[in-house]
Ligand binder design. Sequence first.
Ligand SMILES: Cc1cc2nc3c(=O)[nH]c(=O)nc-3n(C[C@H](O)[C@H](O)[C@H](O)COP(=O)(O)OP(=O)(O)OC[C@H]3O[C@@H](n4cnc5c(N)ncnc54)[C@H](O)[C@@H]3O)c2cc1C
Length: 424
Amino acid sequence: MRLGRDSGAQRRADGFGHAPDGERPRVAVVGAGIGGLTLAGAMAARGVPYVVYEQTRELAEVGAGVQLSPNAIRPLLRLGLGPALREHAVRIEAMEVRGWNGRPIARTPLGAECERMFAAPYLTIHRAHLHDALLSLVDRERLRLGERLRSAEALPEEGGVRLAFDDGSVRTADVVVGADGIHSTVRETLNTDAPVFSGLGIYRGLVPVTALPPAARERLVRLWLGPGGHFVCYPVASGAYLSYAATVPLASGTPPRESWSRPGDAEALRGVFGAWSGLVADVVAAVDATHLWALYDRPPLRAWSTDRITLLGDAAHPMLPFMAQGANQAIEDAMDLAACLTGAGAEEMPARLARYEAMRIPRTAEIQRGSRGNAGILHLADGPAQRRRDAQMAVHAALRDRTALYAHETGRSVVPAAEPVAAG
Ligand SMILES: Cc1cc2nc3c(=O)[nH]c(=O)nc-3n(C[C@H](O)[C@H](O)[C@H](O)COP(=O)(O)OP(=O)(O)OC[C@H]3O[C@@H](n4cnc5c(N)ncnc54)[C@H](O)[C@@H]3O)c2cc1C
């Protein structure tokens, strides 16, 4: 028996009934972050019926930037987001790494060289602009706001999944995708692990470039490394703002819960970074209000799907932000999962979900481990270990050293093409 198809009333209640979805399997996506929205957009392009359930009543992204690398830009361009990216994003010319006192460590050229090597630019963008662009791909009638998932339960007999929400409502779907972030409720149905506190916190925010010296207008991603902390900044919003992220150790004791909206102390930020070189001191001097996040990740999973339930983005592979790949990997997941779900009957879903996780786990696990590894080397005290690290970074600064990361292709057809696909 297929769930939720027994009557028109049932189909409407499940949220799938307003479109002629026919017998194609219906996918419920939990979470409308970057990962969930990319998946919805890619499924819309491929004709896969979906509904997105999002706990917040009003979609809003945090006031900060995100770096997008060619491995995610290529799929976003295929989804038709070129005009939105051109309007809001900043095309980065190079990534520069310096010591806290300004000594140069490494420079990776991006700009035209990146486009020549990887057929896409390296971009920085305000998270809200990316979120809005992704939202434009999603049918609003298929986006259910203010619906917080409480539990997901596979129904082996019927071959579907039962979703229970905080407001008491119950829905069914053929497949459920947990795109519900690091504290994923869907993941809890598959695993008993918990997020691991890194001991680090990160101040994030935006400063208008008009409050900064002309150097802030350069199209660079800049990193400064120092004892016990590091500082990253880059332009967003067509260059109108500089987005900064300053990582520091957090005092020991009960680790704070990871949160998107904890106010930080701008004076404490200045206390750590106020004497650092050049633009760092200028940026922290100009900070008015800031936010502080406690940083968590989880170790890689060996499996993240059952026959009818799978995970995507931070729900599947939360990582520390020290390779700037969390959102990029969520986009890759979404494109591969949409490809796996395309053209399959409900009975093929277990094999398709197994295929998806086999495609994604090795790559995302390596990036999770790499991001955690970077936490140990970015904050070295000045001395021999720091000099060895700097020398290594200089040697590996060439863009070709990013080939494994940036050349990766997503969304390839995973089965003999039985039907044409519109995107991905
Ligand atoms: C400081 C910092 C800097 C970063 N910089 C970068 C960068 O430069 N580049 C990069 O690629 N990545 C970066 N990342 C990582 C990136 O932000 C995340 O990996 C990415 O946002 C994950 O997207 P997601 O859609 O998987 O999850 P989220 O963005 O967490 O979205 C999850 C969604 O699910 C909803 N939800 C949660 N629970 C429920 C529920 N029970 N029911 C219904 N809805 C629910 C939430 O409200 C939310 O909308 C950074 C992260 C941090 C902390």
